[in-house]
Write a protein that binds this ligand. Structure first.
Ligand code: NAP
Length: 291
């Protein structure tokens, strides 16, 4: 694997910019990154800020690497656009054989494979290396958590390229053996930031109700969330339950709060909410492929 692989990125929005920023900060040669997006001002911004090559035309974005093509093709459009983009890039993908890294939520590797191969009967059985990368919004500040799945056509060196992309936007990232696990990752870390925002909103409301200032309440709540998360990550040999018990003295203040949450079955509600997210992820995936 070369130090700076040739990378094409289709879609130059939020997550794409986080990836580009991480790649360039990590030493990637920006002249070996090509980005396509329909909106010229966004491309001008990416070009000026990071020195990447930019295109309003998707096929030109891959063609910039001439006969070699890109080694990595990152799909960073909204999920609804992926079928169109795959059909458009089909011939180049079959010729250049990059590893495709798709971050589009709900789009399966078999859907991507069929969109690439559907226009060419000889290509129906083609091996197309596809990785699904499910990041989350903290990726925008380099604090993401991500899950990855690779199909059987992905070689170990291509898997290493995909991991090097995931590592640029995520602090925690893991391969999963089953593609269905990506729906679980979506329900836990993909949607998870919103669950913590929801809890933080409620704690902030309580703080304001007690008479604390809104700005102070926001910072107290956010730092408490960050500190608790760091304690979990920095004490790998201690369970989360043990960390909670350590701050819960019998009949103390934390004990009163936890007993109240237990009486209201808050834990069961959170598990049920995660299940709803997983079910919805599976449903969206089915809807997107049948359209
Ligand atoms: N944001 C997250 O935290 C997160 C988490 C997990 C997964 N994802 C996935 O990441 C993907 C991108 O999300 P995002 O938040 O970065 O979205 P975004 O900011 O909307 O970026 C998508 C970009 O693709 C461009 N685009 C539209 N049609 C195109 C085409 N035919 N060819 C090339 N580019 C095209 C869009 O341009 P226009 O705006 O001009 O249409 C936009 O700039 C989505 O599939 C999402 O499911 C995001």
């Amino acid at each position: 694997m070369s130090a700076s692989p040739r990378i094409s990125i289709i879609g130059g929005g939020n997550i794409a910019e986080a990836i580009i920023s991480g790649l360039v900060k990590g030493g990637q040669d920006p002249s070996l990154v090509s980005v396509a997006d329909p909106y010229p001002p966004q491309l001008e911004k990416l070009s000026a800020k990071y020195g990447v090559q930019t295109f309003t035309n998707n096929t030109a974005c891959l063609a910039v690497f001439k006969d070699q093509g890109p080694e990595v093709l990152i799909i960073a459009t909204k999920p609804q656009i992926v079928s169109v983009v795959m059909a458009e890039l089909s011939a180049q993908i079959l010729e250049f054989k990059p590893v495709i890294v798709s971050i589009a939520a709900g789009i399966t590797t078999s859907a991507i494979h069929s969109w690439i191969c559907s226009g060419d009967s000889k290509a129906a059985d083609a091996q197309v290396a596809i990785v699904r990368l499910m990041p989350n919004t903290p990726a925008l500040i380099g604090e993401g958590a991500a899950g990855l799945f690779r199909n059987t056509a992905v070689s170990d060196s291509q898997a290493a390229l995909a991991i090097s992309v995931a590592a640029k936007i995520s602090k925690q990232y893991f391969w999963f053996a089953s593609e269905g696990d990506i729906d679980s990752v979506t329900a836990i870390s993909g949607s998870g930031p919103a669950y913590f925002f929801y809890v933080m909103e409620a704690m902030q409301a309580a703080a304001v109700k007690f008479g604390l200032g809104g700005a102070e309440a926001t910072k107290l709540v956010a730092q408490t969330c960050l500190g608790a998360a760091k304690m979990v990550l920095e004490n790998e040999d201690v369970s989360i339950a043990t960390l909670r018990e350590r701050v819960t003295s019998p009949n103390g203040t934390t004990f009163a709060a936890i007993e109240s949450m237990k009486a209201d079955n808050v834990s069961d509600s959170i598990i049920k909410a995660c299940q709803c997210a997983k079910d919805r992820s599976e449903e969206i995936s089915a809807e997107l492929f049948t359209k």
